[in-house]
Design a protein. Structure first.
Length: 160
């Protein structure tokens, strides 16, 4: 079965509507005592590349792209947001000189934070990033200026 979808249609498609930026999610959740948002982890993907500058130039890097489906409370939906909003966190992994995951003490802090938030940081128990999909966590947000606009940034992950 072939698809009738033709992306070239968008090249000539006309609209009279303007594109508008959505309002940013407030940094603090007004519907929660701890000001944190509830989020569900979606399918995690990887990104890779080569370090271009500094002491480690030429070495590989790996990151996990972690989509977090933020549950937007009704009082925040009132400013024009949908009940769910996906923000993506990027977790860079520390690697050994051989290119393997560095599990030595103090390395891969963000991986540890996600594992602890999901109750999966126990010695001897298997762990893979894909095992986080569907897990619920609490998320701390901050705002930062990016290209002249306020955007949300994931600044903390906690157990739900």
């Amino acid at each position: 079965m072939t698809s009738s979808f033709d992306p070239n249609v968008f090249l000539h498609a006309q609209t009279t509507e303007s594109n508008e930026k959505r309002p940013p999610l407030p940094a603090e959740n007004p519907g929660a005592e701890d000001a944190l948002y509830i989020a569900v982890i979606s399918e995690i993907k990887t990104a890779t590349g080569t370090i271009e500058k500094g002491d480690r130039a030429g070495q590989p890097w790996v990151s996990m792209l972690v989509p977090l489906r933020i549950q937007v409370p009704p009082e925040v939906q009132a400013i024009g947001l949908n009940p769910e909003l996906t923000l993506t966190d990027r977790v860079f992994l520390d690697l050994t000189p051989q290119g393997a995951l560095d599990n030595s003490k103090g390395k891969n802090r963000q991986q540890r934070v996600y594992r602890e938030a999901c109750g999966m940081n126990k010695p001897g128990e298997p762990f893979a990033w894909a095992m986080l999909q569907g897990k619920t966590v609490k998320v701390k947000l901050t705002h930062e200026l990016y290209n002249g606009e306020i955007v949300e940034r994931i600044s903390g992950i906690f157990p739900s």
